[in-house]
Design a binder for this molecule. Sequence first.
Ligand code: GLU
Length: 449
Amino acid sequence: MVATRFAPSPTGRLHVGNIRTALHNWMLAKKNGGTFLLRIDDTDAERSKEEYVEAIRADLAWLGLEPDGEERQSERLEKYEAAFEALKTAGRVYPAYETAQELELKRKIQLGRGLPPIYDRGALKLSDEERAAKEAEGIATHWRFKLDHDEPISWHDGVRGPQKFDPATLSDPVIRRADGSWLYMLPSAVDDIDMGITHVLRGEDHVSNTAVQIQMFTALYAAQHEVQQNPPELAHEALLVGKEGKLSKRLGSLGCDAFREKGIEPEAIVAMLARLGTSLPVEAIADRQLLLDTFDLSTFGRAPAKFDDAELERVNTAIVHAMTFDAVKDRLPEGIDAAGWHAIQPNLSTVEEAGEWWRLVTGPIEQVEFSDEDREYLAEAADALEWGDDPWHAVTAKLKDSTGRKGKALFLPLRKALTGMNHGPDMGELLPLIGEEEARARLKTAANL
Ligand code: GLU
């Protein structure tokens, strides 16, 4: 049974990058009949806000990515404490005393000597007396996870293929701050084990975290005497960048509110993000099952996925053009029925524009000036109008015969007189919606202006 999770920190709104991660985790779970868990990573009590938790839930619901369950790290602190104690007993966690300034200085010296800025394990080299002295001085202790340098790290990444790390090239990560609060790394590994997560899919900015967490998984299995398990399947997708190919600040703040405001449908976002950065073409596919059928991590590329607003707008327009009346009816202005939707739909790039086009039916329309000749023609049209199943084709056929006009000369003055515009919905569909009396009145008004 596949179990995935989406693990945002509620320190802000979701942006298009983490929406994409959420979507892919949802897809990975749903494609395999599995579960998709929302895990709120709120160990940072100061920066985590309830309003963001609520916004994350609302955004996921709007996108149709409802989780099958929700967990909160702030409610699981005793689990992390237990794991921490177990790792301490196993010698995999050690206290450290350097201040941020000291660490920074060490880094600068290493860099100055052309060395990689890896933590030098200074705290591990302290004697018991030195450690006691630090503690007596009241220096606050933070805690690091001790990587096993004899245990090479490797995994087969679902996107990146075989991955290898020499643990000696990594710093022992700080897992707990001096104030007792947790950094992301250990709680996440504890949760992935406890919650039976089978697949961790996240951005490639987490690759080096994964390297460390692989040893954490192993250490936790051993320390907590769990039945020997393997870490979850791990996959890291290439990052999302702006269309110029760079990490973009704008994308970091582009979220559901902005999409909604621009009239972008959730189905358009889903269709685009489902395939962006894969070898599959981005298409306006509103049917999620179809997207799920073709979802496959092996189609994910290593190159950054380029997010282009114009592409999203194109997908959105195509999605809107394919929406059924039933799907939109609750969002349409009063009076638009199935025939009305059908008439104006091809002119829309967003559902919200329906109101503007519907004004062509309800009026008032813009008044257009005509030449004397056209005014005469329109007066004739007002008389020729007769109401049947297809009044537009009836009246234009009649006028063609009686006036000899054809093409643009035949149609355009009528369209302009009837709608106030020189382009727009199909007149054959629009005229019955305008209605006989109103149509005649508009033609007469135009004829007499
Ligand atoms: N809270 C972490 C983040 O937002 C979760 C990363 C993960 O998926 O493990 O970066």
